[in-house]
Design a protein around this ligand. Structure first.
Ligand code: NAP
Length: 281
C-alpha cells in the first residue's frame, strides 16, 4: 500500500511559513504583497478558481484584488488593463485567469504582463530562464509537483522519470525542472508508442493529460512515486488521470485527487507573489 502524499497538509505548513514571512515584511519594510487576478467572462470553473485564490491570499496576508471583465472585452481593453497593473506599485503579481475567450490571443496577453509581476511563470522570459537553468519565477503547478516529490524524502537525482503530457504549463516545465535535478527524463504524449512500457520504466511517474483514470496499475513500476496532476470534473466529482484505487497497491507513494497537486498550485502562487514583492525591496 502506497504512502499518500498529502498535498493539503504540505500546503498548509508551507502557507504558515509564507504567513510569517509576510508578517516580517510588513513589520520591517511596511510592504504588503499584492496580487491582482483578472477574470474575463463568467466561466463557472474559473470563478471557483479565482475565489479559491482570493481565499488563500487572505489566509496568508496577501492583499488580493479581482478585476472582473465582461466576456465581450476586447484584446485592446485587456491589454490596457494589464498595462495599468504593470505600472501600479501596489500590485506585485498579475494573474490573468485562463482560458480566455476565443477572440483574445492568450499569447499576446501573457507577453504583455511585466515579467517581474508574472507570478504564473508563463511569460516567455521565464520559460527561457527555466530552459537555461536560471532562477526566475517558476510556473506554479510544476513547482508544486517538485515540492511533493521532495516531501517523500526520496532523491530525484539519477532516477528514471516519465512525464506523460507536454503542455507548456505542466508537462514541459516539470520535465525541465526534473532534468535540472539530475533525473533521466522521458516526456510522453499522445503520439508515444508503447506508453505502458515507457511508463513502467519510471521510478517517478508524473501524469498530466486530463483523461480520468487513464493510468492504472499496469503502467506503474512497483514502488514508484506517482504524481497525478489531472483534474477532470465528471458529474460534479473531480477525477485524476490515475486510477487511484487500482494504483495505490503498486505505487510506493501517490498523490490523491483532490488533495494532491491542486492545493500546492495555489500555495506556489502565494510563494511567487511573495517573491515578486521581495524583489522590489
Ligand atoms: P493539455 O494542455 O490538454 O495537455 C495534455 C497533454 O496530454 C498533451 O501533451 C497531450 O498530448 C497529452 N495526452 C492527451 N491524451 C493522451 C494520451 N491518451 N496518452 C498520452 N498523452 C496524452 O493539459 P494540461 O493543461 O497540461 O493539463 C493536464 C491535466 O492537468 C488536466 O486535467 C488539467 O485540468 C490538470 N491540471 C491541474 C492543475 C492543478 O493545479 N491540479 C494545474 C494544471 C493542469 P499531445 O501534446 O500529443 O496532444
Amino acid at each position: 500500500m502506497a504512502i499518500i502524499i498529502d498535498g493539503k497538509k504540505i500546503a498548509k505548513y508551507i502557507k504558515e511559513t509564507i504567513k510569517e514571512d509576510i508578517k516580517e515584511l510588513k513589520q520591517q519594510h511596511s510592504l504588503i504583497p499584492g496580487l491582482c487576478v483578472v477574470l474575463v467572462g463568467d466561466d463557472p470553473a474559473s470563478m471557483v478558481y479565482v475565489r479559491n485564490k482570493e481565499r488563500a491570499c487572505k489566509e496568508v496576508g496577501i492583499s488580493s484584488t479581482v478585476i472582473y471583465m465582461k466576456e465581450e472585452t476586447t484584446e485592446e481593453e485587456l491589454l490596457t488593463t494589464i498595462n495599468t497593473l504593470n505600472q501600479d506599485n501596489r500590485v506585485h503579481g498579475i494573474l490573468v485567469q485562463l482560458p480566455l475567450p476565443k477572440h483574445i490571443n492568450e499569447e499576446s496577453i501573457i507577453n504583455a504582463i511585466s515579467p517581474s509581476k508574472d507570478v504564473d511563470g508563463f511569460h516567455p522570459i521565464h520559460a527561457g530562464m527555466l530552459m537555461n537553468g536560471q532562477q526566475g519565477l517558476e510556473p506554479c503547478t510544476p513547482k508544486g509537483i517538485i515540492r511533493l516529490i521532495e516531501e517523500t524524502g526520496q532523491s530525484i537525482s539519477g532516477k528514471n522519470v516519465v512525464v506523460i503530457g507536454r503542455s507548456n504549463i505542466v508537462g514541459k516545465p516539470v520535465a525541465l525542472m526534473l532534468l535540472q535535478r539530475n533525473a533521466t527524463v522521458t516526456i510522453a504524449h499522445s503520439k508515444t508508442q508503447n506508453l505502458k512500457e515507457v511508463a513502467h520504466n519510471a521510478d517517478i511517474l508524473v501524469v498530466a493529460i486530463g483523461r480520468p483514470k487513464f493510468v492504472d496499475s499496469s503502467y506503474i513500476k512497483e514502488g514508484a512515486i506517482v504524481i497525478d496532476v489531472g483534474t477532470t470534473r465528471v458529474e460534479g466529482s473531480l477525477y485524476g488521470d490515475v486510477d487511484f484505487e487500482d494504483a495505490k497497491d503498486k505505487a510506493g507513494y501517490i498523490t490523491p485527487v483532490p488533495g494532491g497537486v491542486g492545493p500546492m498550485t495555489i500555495t506556489m502562487l502565494l510563494e511567487n507573489t511573495l517573491a515578486a514583492a521581495k524583489r522590489t525591496l
